[in-house]
Structures are given as C-alpha cells and as structure tokens.
Design a protein around this ligand. Structure first.
Ligand SMILES: NC(=O)C1=CN([C@@H]2O[C@H](COP(=O)(O)OP(=O)(O)OC[C@H]3O[C@@H](n4cnc5c(N)ncnc54)[C@H](O)[C@@H]3O)[C@@H](O)[C@H]2O)C=CC1
Ligand SMILES: O=C(O)C(=O)CO
Length: 386
C-alpha cells in the first residue's frame, strides 16, 4: 500500500483534478488552471525526490492530469495508473524528458508535455557563467581569499585562460547550444566550431553577419565551422560546451577517449544531462591534467557526484541550476500547466514549440492550445494554426 502524501488543495470543487508533484514558482499556473475549472492538488511532502509509490498515491483513483519533475521515473507503472484514473496528460516541468518513457505514455493514450524555449537564455547564461568561472578560476580564487591566504599581487597567482580570439566548441547546437554560442561569440569574440546532426543555419548566418560587422569596424572577424565529427570539435576547440538531448546516441559521448582528444588546457562545460559524460573517466582526466578544467551543472548519478570529483580544484560544480531564474521557472510552470490543461480541454497542439512566447504573456489570455506535446503526432492530435 502506498503511503499517504501531504497535499495542498486549490479550488476544491473544480471539475478536473490536476496534480502537481511539487510546489512550483509563481501563481499564474495555478490561476490558469482554476479559471478553467480545475481542482489543483500540490504535493507538499518534505521529500526532494518522490518515488513511484509516492506518485501512485498522489494519482489515486481519479486524476485528469499530472505536472511532474525531471527527478521522477515516469514509466509504464505510472502511465498505466494515470490512465486507469482517467488521466489524459502529463507534463514534465522541464524541456528534457529523458526521465519519461514516451512510448509507454503513448500506449496508454497519455499526452506528454515539456517546456521548451522559456529556459533557453537562462540555461545558456549559466553555461557562459561556468565557462568564465572555469577559465578564470573564480571559485578557487574565492576560496583562497576567504581562507585568508592572499598576501599580495603575484605574477603567477591564479593565471587562467583568455577567451578572446579562442575557439568555442558546441556539441548539440539546438536552442540552448545556439544561444550559448552567440553569447560567447558576441561577448568574447570567439570563433565557433559546432557538431550537431542538423545544420544550425540561423546560427551560421548570425556569425557570418557578426564577422562582417566586426571587419567593417576594423576588428578581427569571427568565423564558424560545422564539424563533420564530434572529434573535430574536441581537437580544435578551447572551450567545449555540451547541449545535446540525452538519449542512446549521447550517453557517455564524452569518455576516456574523447577526453584524451581534447587540448590539455581545454575547458569542458556540461549543462545538458550528467550521463552525457562518463564521470569516472572525467575525474581521472582531471587528476592527470591539472590545467584541464570543467564546469558542471549536471551529474551522472544526481544528486551524487562520483568519488573524487568534489576534491578536484579544476572543477566548478553547481546543483542543476541552469534554468533557475525567476522568470524562467515561473514560465516553465505555466507551460507545464497549459500542456496538461490543453489536453484535458481537448485543445489542439501549438504548431511551433520553438515559439511559445504567446503562452508567457501575462497581460493576455494564453492561446487555446497545448504549448508543447512531444507525442502529439504518435497520438494523432490536431495542430493549431499559428
Ligand atoms: N541543466 C539544466 O538545467 C538544463 C538542461 N537542459 C538539457 O539541454 C537539452 C537541450 O535542450 P534544447 O537546446 O532546448 O533542445 P534542442 O532539441 O533544441 O537541442 C538539442 C540538440 O541536440 C542535437 N543532438 C541530438 N543528438 C545529438 C548527437 N548525437 N550529437 C550531437 N547533437 C545531437 C539535436 O539535433 C538538437 O539540435 C535538454 O534536452 C535538456 O536535457 C535543458 C534545460 C536546462
Ligand atoms: O529543463 C530541463 O531539462 C532541466 O534540466 C531543468 O530546467
């Protein structure tokens, strides 16, 4: 028997029962659901990661939709239970959905939502922050100051890497990878090399135009190159940032061999998913190459780090906070709630998940659509005209 979980209830007489497995930032998401006759139940259990058993208890006998988190294991068991309870929709409060078995959801007729776009710039900004922190050894230097070790300027004190004119490498030049690339190119005049399965045409056009602008102003123009293999990026780039989805093709994309391919003084950033990097191999590489540095937002066995990583001075580590700006987190909550609401109300699916701004405008009602359902096609759901 599943244990009871603590919940907070909004609009108890609402017709549709929507459960959120966590309190989420802002109130717009709650108000939008209430306005459309939903009873909203929010799990307030003091437990960071809910088990499948906890979530089964939350779903109960009647549940129309659930908003869940990337820490939860949404597989066959939960989708079968949600479907038995009359559920039509689940949305992750995240753009990544590697914690969700989409095939199982489709089998039970449950739509799966995610939250693209609203976190693109915020996540790219954290990747840029980690790039700076790692290249200029900010965390090491901060610890040194606080320990009272600073006794005067020295020519060799915390010497790091200059970014200007160096090459930034992006693996996975989708929404976030492209936004990060632009920040590093505009901010630090870096040249770009990227690897993706698809051509990042808009990014290429941007770098070409920016290069022409710099040249016209008498500055060294920036350049871009689409690499034909990931290894080409690893060999040539001075800073490498990982932004692909996590799937079978990207699991341990960075491993002992690929680490050995990188420059000895390269900077590696991971704000995608932990298992994209073989963390045991990374710890060993950091030990052997003190001038190689990493900035990590995600870890292979979250919330844990592999043994040895916490002791490495050449690693900057933060707890999966890349999308943690107020505007973004409130927007993620709104998109997740609207994904679930749209399916419950029988609305079509928004035609372009890369253009979700109309759903985030607080001064106008959101479009009558689900902003982003990843199995819409498999479920044969209609698409809204933009
Ligand atoms: N650390 C954090 O808090 C956050 C992490 N993320 C992670 O970032 C990922 C990317 O998000 P978006 O940019 O919005 O997604 P996106 O779908 O726009 O971009 C992903 C890119 O990866 C590329 N890709 C897929 N397989 C590849 C492979 N084998 N090699 C190279 N490239 C490959 C795709 O073609 C695509 O261009 C999410 O799936 C999520 O896991 C996203 C937001 C916040
Ligand atoms: O959205 C995601 O995929 C995250 O990792 C958290 O924002």
């Amino acid at each position: 028997m599943a244990k009871p979980v603590s919940i907070e209830v909004w609009n108890p007489n609402g017709k549709y029962r929507v459960v959120s497995t966590k309190p989420m930032p802002g109130t717009r998401w709650i108000n939008l659901l209430i306005e459309q006759d939903c009873r909203v139940e929010i799990c307030i259990q003091k437990k960071t990661i809910l088990s499948v058993e906890d979530i089964l208890a939350l779903i109960g006998d009647k549940c129309d939709g659930v908003i869940g988190q990337l820490t939860e294991d949404w597989g066959e068991t939960l989708f079968a239970a949600l479907s038995r309870a009359g559920g039509k929709a689940f949305s992750n409060m995240a753009v990544g959905y590697n914690n969700v078995d989409v095939n199982a959801a489709t089998k039970y007729g449950v739509a799966v939502g995610n939250t693209p776009g609203v976190l693109t710039e915020t996540t790219a900004e954290l990747a840029a922050s980690l790039s700076l922190a790692a290249s200029r050894r900010i965390v090491e230097a901060d610890e040194f100051m606080r320990a009272g070790l600073y006794d005067g300027w020295l020519p060799h004190l915390f010497v790091g890497n200059l970014l200007k004119g160096q090459t930034v490498g992006v693996i996975g030049a989708g929404r976030i990878g492209s936004a990060y690339a632009r920040m590093m190119i505009e901010g630090f005049k870096m040249n770009l090399i990227y690897y993706d399965l698809y051509q990042a045409t808009r990014l290429e056009k941007f770098v070409t135009a920016y290069g022409a602008f710099l040249k016209a102003n008498g500055e060294q123009p920036v350049t871009w190159k689409r690499a034909s293999s990931m290894d080409e990026v690893l060999r040539e780039a001075d800073v490498i940032s990982l932004h692909p989805v996590l799937d079978k093709t990207t699991y341990h994309l960075i491993n002992k061999d690929s680490l050995a391919t990188m420059k000895k003084e390269a900077i590696l950033i991971n704000c995608s998913r932990g298992p994209v990097v073989d963390e045991v191999a990374l710890v060993e590489h950091l030990k052997q190459n003190p001038m190689f540095r990493v900035g990590l937002d995600v870890f292979e066995d979250e919330p844990y780090m592999k043994p040895g990583l916490a002791e490495m001075k050449n690693a900057v580590v933060v707890p999966h906070i890349a999308s943690a700006s107020k505007w973004t987190r409130e927007g993620m909550a709104t998109l997740a709630a609207l994904n679930v609401l749209g399916k419950i109300k029988g609305y079509p699916v928004w035609g372009d998940p890369n253009r979700v701004e109309p759903f985030l405008n607080e001064n106008a009602p959101p479009p009558a659509a689900s902003p982003s359902l990843v199995n819409a096609k498999a479920l044969g759901l209609p698409t809204s005209k933009l």
